[in-house]
Design a protein around this ligand. Structure first.
Ligand code: GTP
Ligand code: MG
Ligand code: ZN
Ligand code: ZN
Length: 269
């Protein structure tokens, strides 16, 4: 269950991982904790406000513990992990496909894909030759650090590589869940309206970088890019911004440079 909207948990499926089977037996996480949880067993809706608050705190505390394990693993292997968040259809997968193609031979990129249903996005990534694992969250509206930890078991992650995690399209709930990433990248496409940073401030506050995507469509829309950026900076004065069009390639080199610099920083170069 999501702490924000109360949507379902316990339906998660990870390609190549029989989650429920694995969790009927005890298993050990990197911190040495051994558990035999059925996914969602402790996510039962509670009665009353104070129980709800306690439940939220427990869910986030558990998530943060798994996120810390993921983060340790990324640090130990010099992996730059980015969490791509946005509303549905802003162009996350298109951006990833173009990024993998552009950086081929320069950086090794692996992808965790999150969607409620289908493995379309993982298939689009694998068509580039990059490894990808699809997580289907069922009724769930966001990825959590525990799911990502299990997906990583299916993914060949080279030392010094980049892990892109494409979250479920949702501008609300993924803001609350740390996956162990170095940073969240929020994608705002110009068809969505420039006021989204004010309407969904948690997400824009949580992000390190905002990609303003689909800029090729600006001639056909009434979308004030400067205003959108001003709104984003009103909720997060430190947010970095890059204007791009994933389909035409406009502005994309600045995004590629941002990744290459980030990866080098994580590797300590
Ligand atoms: N014109 C234009 N269309 C784009 C651009 N980037 C993506 N699109 C289109 O936007 C639609 C959605 O793109 P996706 O890459 O599937 O978006 P997504 O954010 O991964 O979608 P979900 O995973 O379903 O949330 C597709 O039809 C893309 O071709 C762009 O820069 N310009
Ligand atoms: Mg996608
Ligand atoms: Zn939710
Ligand atoms: Zn587990």
């Amino acid at each position: 269950m999501c702490t924000t909207c109360g949507c379902g948990e316990g339906e998660t499926k990870i390609e190549g991982d029989d989650l429920h089977h694995a969790h009927e037996q005890t298993h050990t996480h990197a911190d040495g904790t051994t558990h035999s949880h059925a996914h969602g067993h402790d996510y039962r809706p509670a009665q009353g406000e104070s129980r709800r608050v306690t439940l939220e705190r427990d869910i986030l505390a558990k998530n943060n513990a798994y996120a810390a394990q993921n983060r340790e693993r990324f640090a130990a292997q010099g992996i730059l992990a980015l969490n791509l968040v946005s509303s549905p259809g802003s162009g996350k997968t298109t951006l990833l496909v173009k990024t993998i193609e552009a950086l081929q031979g320069k950086l090794s990129i692996a992808v965790v894909e999150g969607d409620q249903q289908t493995s379309h996005d993982a298939e689009r990534i694998r068509a580039t030759g990059a490894p990808a694992v699809q997580i289907n969250t069922g009724k769930g509206c966001h990825l959590d650090a525990h799911m990502v930890g299990h997906a990583l078991e299916q993914l060949p992650l080279a030392r010094g590589s980049v892990l892109m995690i494409e979250n479920v399209g949702n501008l609300v709930c993924p803001a609350a869940f740390d996956l162990g990433e170095a940073g969240k990248v929020v994608i705002l496409s110009v068809t969505e309206g420039e006021d989204k940073p004010l309407k969904y401030p948690d997400m824009f506050r949580a992000a390190r970088l905002m990609l303003v995507n689909k800029c090729d469509l600006l001639p056909y829309l009434q979308f004030d890019v400067d205003q959108a950026i001003a709104y984003a900076r009103r909720v997060n004065p430190l947010i970095e911004v890059i204007r791009v069009a994933a389909t035409t390639g406009e502005g994309m080199p600045a995004w590629f440079d941002w990744i290459v610099k980030g990866a080098a920083a994580v590797r300590g170069q």
